[in-house]
Design a protein around this ligand. Structure first.
Ligand SMILES: *Cc1c(COP(=O)(O)O)cnc(C)c1O
Length: 378
């Protein structure tokens, strides 16, 4: 392809992809501007040693921004890891369940899982390879369209931990508040990290791959309560030990430097351009209600997957009565530069992922198109 042909293809669409997903344009522009030479470093971020003064500063700034945005208390450590959220499905039980004992002090402890969708199911599958696991809630009977109320959960005080998925990306169901748990609460926040303020003190461990709501693929943020690091036994494979990563300031091995740099720019954008997580949440409420209002206005056209009180602000999921309508909808969307709206095959229909960086303009265009489509085909 010649340079000019490449330029013709370089039109940005409104990207509703579930992940890797949309990033703020200002962040991409900055990455572009600094790609050849990071100011002051004499080289590209791609070429820079992770031991260089410049990179150490970049990583520290990203860490500090996360600490400020989420008000992470001193009791917790922030780690930058690789392997995605999937590796955490294994690292969590390997570090926190292996060898853990229940209140008798002699029987193995149990890890409890709350299943509200596909990712939680994958997580529990990995944990079962490692130890004793109990599913304390499973929304299977209603096809994962709802969340449990706290009265539906019986959490054991002596559980090794309790695992939840704050936002089920495929089904589009989301916990909007922090749960309380007598056992260490472990939360997969991969697809809604930084969408709102969180009370980190309520969690034993929070983790998120970056490529949905916080940056590019390649880095996974783990926020772990420091006392839990003591559960990592010394005979674990080195990379799998949280204790190793914490002891070495996430430099036990070469960290994903470019992904951390970009995550740092995204957190800077949230802090300085958006104005922090309270402001981010307000924007997210406005965007989500713009789409859900249309779903509710035409309920026979757009058949929402999630029950109303369990709806996600990040992934809006709905179906049509027929496959023809779905095809026509996707075709019309494409003609309007509304991209990647097809739902996950397990749920079908449409999934509009409207993460932090999706501009209101894209959401409005989608809502206008939905209205037009419903009026024409209803
Ligand atoms: C995408 C996703 C994952 C998997 O992340 P990888 O980085 O691909 O391992 C896990 N959990 C949730 C909630 C996700 O959205």
């Amino acid at each position: 392809m010649t340079a000019s042909a490449a330029n013709l293809n370089a039109k940005r669409l409104y990207n509703f992809s579930p992940g890797p997903a949309v990033l703020p344009v200002s962040v991409l522009e900055r990455v572009r501007d600094e790609m050849l030479c990071l100011p002051g470093a004499g080289a590209s971020i791609l070429e820079l040693s992770h031991r260089s003064k410049q990179f150490i500063e970049i990583q520290e700034n990203a860490r500090q921004r996360l600490i400020r945005l989420l008000k992470i208390p001193d009791s917790h450590e922030v780690l930058f890891l690789q392997g995605g959220a999937r590796l955490q499905f294994s690292m969590i039980p390997i570090n926190l369940l292996r060898g853990a004992k229940d209140k008798t002090g002699s029987n193995p402890a149990v890890a409890q899982y709350i299943l509200t969708g596909t990712w939680g199911k994958y997580a529990v599958g990995e944990a079962k390879k490692e130890g004793s696991v109990e599913t304390i809630y499973d929304a299977k009977s209603t096809n994962y369209d709802r969340l449990p109320s706290s009265s539906e959960l019986s959490i054991r005080e002596d559980a090794a931990y309790v695992h939840m998925t704050t936002n089920e990306t495929i089904q589009g169901v989301q916990f909007q508040n922090d749960l309380s748990s007598p056992a260490p609460l472990v939360a997969d926040c991969s697809s809604d990290f930084l969408y709102r303020p969180m009370d980190i003190s309520k969690y034993g461990l929070v983790y998120a791959c970056a490529q949905k709501n916080a940056g590019p693929a390649g880095v996974t943020v783990v926020i772990i309560r420091k006392d839990l690091l003591e559960r990592s036994t010394d005979n674990l494979p080195g990379y799998l030990s949280y204790k190793n990563h914490a002891a070495e300031g996430s430099m036990w091995n070469t960290p994903p430097t470019f992904a951390i740099y970009t995550l740092g720019l995204v957190t800077q954008w949230i802090e300085e351009t958006i104005g922090g997580l309270d402001a981010m949440l307000k924007v997210n409420h406005e965007k989500a209600s713009t789409v859900y209002n249309i779903v509710d206005k035409f309920p026979t056209m757009f058949i929402g997957h999630a029950q109303k009180d369990s709806r996600s602000l990040m992934n809006v999921t709905f179906k049509f009565a027929t496959e023809e309508l779905e095809k026509a909808f996707l075709k019309g969307a494409e003609a309007r530069d509304l991209d990647s709206l097809k739902g996950h095959r397990s749920v079908g229909g449409i999934r509009a992922s409207i993460y932090n960086a999706m501009p209101m303009a894209g959401v409005k265009l989608l809502a206008e198109y939905m209205t037009e489509f419903a009026n024409k085909n209803g």
